[in-house]
Structures are given as C-alpha cells and as structure tokens.
Design a protein around this ligand. Structure first.
Ligand code: ADP
Ligand code: 5GP
Length: 189
C-alpha cells in the first residue's frame, strides 16, 4: 500500500527497542505541537527520570488487567516481560477533535491497530544495522543485561516484519529521519 500524502489523522510508529523512536517523536512534537501523542499504560517499572502520566501510566499487573477487562485499551501487547497498552478513550476524544494522533507502539499492537483502523498510516523505524541498534540500546544504559537480551531477540522478530508497514524510515541521521516522517505524515509541503 502506498503511503498517504494527505494529512494523516492516525499515525503508528513501530520499531525495535533502541532504534530511536522516543528521540524521533520528541523532535517531531517540538516541531509540531498540534500532534497529540498517546500516553500508554504499562506494567514496566519507571526508568530513572520517567514521570507518571507523562511518559507512561505505570500500573500494577492487577490494574492493567482491570483496564483490559473493561475494554479500556485500543490495543495491548506483552513485550519483553511486561504489558503495554493504548488507553482507548483519549485517542477517540482527540480523533473526534480532528487532531493528528500518534501512537508509538510495538509490532503486535500495530497489527491490532491495522485491523481496527485500516486507514491509519503505519511507519516502521529501522536502524542502519543490527550492530548499531545494539550499540544504541547499550549506550542508553537503561536496561539490565537480561532485559537487553530479550529486547535484541524481539528486535530480530520486529525487523523481519517491516514489510507489513506502509513505509520504512531508516534512523541513521536523526534530522533526516524526522524530515522523512514529516513527509509521510503530510506535515511538509
Ligand atoms: P527507542 O525509543 O526506540 O527505544 P531511544 O529514542 O531511547 O530509542 O534511543 C536509543 C538510544 O539511541 C538513545 O541513547 C538515543 O540518544 C540514541 N539515538 C537515537 N537516534 C539516534 C541516531 N539517529 N543516531 C545515533 N544515536 C541515536
Ligand atoms: P519501553 O519499555 O522501551 O518504553 O517500550 C518497549 C516497547 O513497548 C517499545 O517497542 C514501545 O514502542 C512499546 N510500547 C509502548 N507503549 C505501547 C503500547 O501502548 N502498546 C504497545 N503494543 N506497545 C507499546
């Protein structure tokens, strides 16, 4: 499917852990404050510096299960031993206000959104090489060795699925990747 050139309403960004999704999204939001970034719920423990309701809603396993049970997630998935999900209501609200909505989620979640929102633009962010991906995860120094290994195994699976996406952006030079993303989201003339 060809990527949409019209102003996209719902955009999904997926890519292996450490590829630079967070860095890219941060820059995109600085350039385009009109974009609304969904804040996910997760059972993962906060990293140093992460703030409740800004980076994630950090939930216990029980509270996460309650949210899913109440059909409160647009999608959710298990990733490297934790659960992550997109709260449904705020996304619906922002879409109904006509605001561009961005989801930064992993592969299984992107597949679920593809079924419920086939019109969403799905973008895969890829590293220049697997070696560089590993360097970035390690350089970030936020995970234990065990968590890094889990994320690298999962990264291989995610990289194999990149053809499912409407477009692939290689995050080599961050500024170039931001510009490519802006074009795919119809934010550049
Ligand atoms: P993700 O959100 O995909 O897990 P991050 O945004 O946390 O990834 O980036 C992982 C690490 O890679 C961070 O230390 C970040 O500064 C670095 N990084 C991101 N993009 C680039 C890039 N284009 N070139 C070099 N390093 C990068
Ligand atoms: P991290 O623990 O590094 O913040 O995130 C791990 C993975 O979970 C990343 O690939 C990230 O995109 C994904 N993720 C974050 N929020 C969600 C969500 O709401 N749903 C799904 N399916 N994945 C998410």
């Amino acid at each position: 499917m060809a990527p949409s050139t019209a102003k996209a309403k719902l955009t999904v960004i997926t890519g292996p852990s450490g590829v630079g999704k967070g860095s890219l999204v941060k820059q995109l939001l600085e350039l385009h404050p009109e974009i609304w970034l969904s804040i996910s719920a997760t059972t993962r423990v906060p990293r140093s510096g992460e703030i409740e309701a800004e980076h994630y809603f950090f939930l216990s396993h029980d509270r996460f299960a309650d949210l899913v049970q109440a059909d409160g997630c647009l999608e959710w998935a298990e990733f490297a031993g934790n659960r992550y999900g997109t709260p449904r209501k705020p996304v619906q609200q922002q879409l109904s206000l006509g605001r561009p909505v961005l989801l930064e989620i992993e592969l299984e979640g992107a597949r679920q959104v593809r079924r419920s929102f086939p019109e969403a633009v799905q973008i895969f962010l890829a590293p220049p090489s697997f070696e560089e991906l590993e360097r970035r995860i390690r350089g970030r120094a936020t995970e234990t060795e065990e968590a890094i290994q889990r994320r690298l195994v999962r990264a291989k699976e995610e990289l194999m699925a990149q053809k499912e996406f409407d477009a692939v952006v290689v995050n080599d030079d961050l500024q170039v990747a931001v510009q490519e993303l802006e074009s795919l989201m119809g934010l550049r003339s």
